[in-house]
Design a protein around this ligand. Structure first.
Ligand SMILES: Cc1cc2nc3c(=O)[nH]c(=O)nc-3n(C[C@H](O)[C@H](O)[C@H](O)COP(=O)(O)OP(=O)(O)OC[C@H]3O[C@@H](n4cnc5c(N)ncnc54)[C@H](O)[C@@H]3O)c2cc1C
Length: 561
């Protein structure tokens, strides 16, 4: 085996989102030499787009010259919204950080693998401290509207202020004030308090949102971790063909933002952490298994992909006197029943592009019947209220006049992702979705949207793809590399170690093994904190960490007996 000095680094972390940034910091603290490969760009207050109309700096599609931090991927069963940047999804996320309810540990493939209910609280506490979670102190007009509508629907008592990772001033203090690092005893960067512009999902231009580049990743870089931005990992394979990574890995990258001179690079390392998000890690592992770089990856890859059973609806109050975009991106929520949770979401004034995907709320069974009903609704609305209908569809002013209602359900349900050639493009394989459709129509959520419209004098709205194509949208894609006790049931073990390989881990949304029913970033952070506790400090490293496979262990025991 080679001496350590011959490797470019000890660990390569693929992706710098929640799983990646936690891994980078904790590994660097343990003395490892860490490199983080991140496909997205590095963003600062100065280069963030002002509104979502600045498409080239908001949307990520480098082949079209769009190099932003927000991406949308369209599948037959779901439209997935996700982030792509140094700091992963934290640059575009709304920074709502909620603990998963205890019941999720009894659901899905991780049930019974660990004593989750007693282990996880300490990791949630660490994650909460690192991400600077507070109870939201800023309620905007959209939050007050949510509260009033909940009261009118009989669930006002469930109204709550979200827990968020945003630096906010305390009552009586002026907003938008700059302070030396308030979180890490002076070791972190200086920060400014939130001015309630509602711009969290456009990347925070005021330094108030606790993005990963201001906490975990910032501290990891201070401890020597190297972050390679605009660097896409395209290959990972054991250094010696046929082994299971015993002698380390070779990682190949290209420049993600270049279409012609892609600047291929090769790195060597002892261990690899896949943290490229649920979609990114699945895509990479499918590709690597298919091309023979990592042939032993479990056949369970792509199974149990969950969408948090979400539906995006909303209300537009055309001509509204209040600016509904004020506040923080997700300031409050309510529970309309035991399993159904709705949050009030907003984009900042001027970021109206999402209006292009919204239309009049329409009930009904998916398919032709619902489309026909939608056409009828639009037609009747245009006949009865031509001016109001035009204003509802007019993109300008959409963010100022709208509240998006993000509905999530903690119910079991999943789809599958496969690596196949689609019929319309047989030249190469892509991720494609399979399985039973996730419902796009949640009747109780639509009823609540109508109540919000009634209370505000607005018009209730649906997402157009949900009606036309029966495809729900989610910002919370999780699963695909779920935990289990053997490769016959999952891709990683309870310590996030990939079955079939040594010193290889998955730490991101893909290892979440049940529907959480709440925004997942805090759970991903806490689970990664837990996973990192099992890796010894560099001085004690044996570089022989492999997944515990209870089936094989059981079989071995039987043979020995
Ligand atoms: C608009 C929006 C709002 C959201 N709001 C919230 C919220 O309020 N609360 C919440 O909990 N969650 C929210 N989310 C979801 C949240 O962003 C994700 O759940 C979270 O970021 C997932 O963390 P992760 O570690 O799995 O991966 P990510 O944070 O997505 O990071 C993965 C990183 O890997 C990189 N990558 C992918 N492939 C490669 C490759 N081959 N090579 C190199 N790098 C690669 C990507 O560019 C990305 O930066 C929101 C998402 C969106 C889109």
């Amino acid at each position: 085996m080679k001496p350590d000095q011959q490797y470019d680094c000890d660990f390569i972390v693929i992706g710098s989102g929640f799983g990646g940034s936690v891994s980078a910091l904790r590994l660097a603290e343990k003395g490892y030499r860490v490199a983080v490969m991140e496909m997205g760009r590095r963003w600062t207050r100065e280069n963030l787009p002002r509104t979502s109309w600045s498409i080239h700096r908001w949307f990520w599609r480098p082949s079209l010259g769009l190099r932003g931090f927000f991406n949308m991927r369209f599948f037959r069963h779901v439209t997935i919204l996700h982030g792509c940047a140094v700091g992963g999804g934290s640059i575009t996320y709304a920074s709502t950080l909620l603990r998963a309810p205890d019941k999720v540990w009894d659901m899905g493939s991780w049930a019974g693998l660990a004593d989750w209910k007693s282990e996880m609280p300490q990791h949630f506490d660490t994650a909460a401290r690192m991400l600077g979670i507070i109870e939201n102190r800023i309620l905007g007009p959209a939050d007050h509207l949510l509260r009033k509508s909940a009261e009118a629907s009989g669930c006002g008592h469930t109204f709550y202020r979200t827990h968020v990772g945003i630096f906010q001033s305390v009552a009586g203090e002026p907003v938008k004030q700059t302070y030396p690092d308030p979180f890490f005893g002076g070791e972190g960067p200086e920060r400014s308090t939130c001015n309630a512009c509602g711009g969290c999902m456009m990347g925070c231009q005021h330094g108030a949102k606790n993005t990963l580049d201001l906490n975990y990743l910032y501290l990891a870089e201070k401890r020597g971790a190297q972050v390679f931005a605009e660097t896409k990992v395209v290959d990972v394979k054991p250094l010696f063909a046929g082994d299971s990574g015993d002698s380390g890995y070779e990682v190949r990258t290209v420049k993600s933002t270049a279409c012609i001179r892609r600047q291929p690079q090769r790195f060597t390392c002892r261990g690899v952490v896949f943290s490229a998000s649920s979609l990114g890690t699945m895509e990479l592992l499918f590709h690597l298994r298919e091309k023979g770089s990592l042939p032993a990856i479990s056949e369970r890859l792509g199974k149990h992909v969950r969408t948090n059973s979400e539906s995006l609806i909303g209300v537009r109050v055309a001509g509204c006197g209040d600016d509904l975009s004020k506040g923080i991106a997700i300031g409050s929520g309510v529970y309309i029943d035991e399993d159904t949770h709705i949050e009030a979401v907003r984009y900042p004034n001027g970021s109206d592009t999402m209006s292009l995907l919204s239309t009049l709320l329409t009930d009904g069974r998916p398919g032709a019947q619902r489309i026909a009903l939608w056409i009828k609704n639009v037609f009747l609305s245009a006949l009865r209220h031509p001016i109001k209908t035009t204003r509802v569809f007019w993109p300008r002013g959409w963010a100022r006049e709208s509240v998006i209602l993000l509905c999530m359900q903690a119910l079991e349900g999943h789809i599958e992702m496969r690596w196949e050639r689609p019929w319309f493009w047989p030249f190469r394989k892509f991720l494609v979705s399979r399985g039973a459709k996730v419902p796009t129509y949640i009747p109780q959520a639509n009823a609540f949207a109508r109540k919000v419209a009634e209370v505000s004098g607005g018009t209730s709205m649906s997402m157009l793809p949900e009606i036309l194509f029966n495809i729900p949208a989610t910002a919370h894609c999780i699963g695909g590399c779920v935990m289990a006790d053997s490769p016959a049931r999952g891709v990683v073990d309870v310590r996030h170690r990939v079955f079939g390989y040594r010193n290889m881990y998955v730490c991101d949304g893909s290892m979440v093994s049940a529907n959480l029913g709440v925004n997942p970033s805090l759970t991903i952070t806490a689970l990664t904190e837990r996973a990192m506790t099992f890796i010894p400090p560099v001085g004690n490293a044996t570089w022989d960490d492999r997944a515990c496979d209870s089936e094989h262990a059981g079989a071995k025991q039987q043979i020995q007996h």
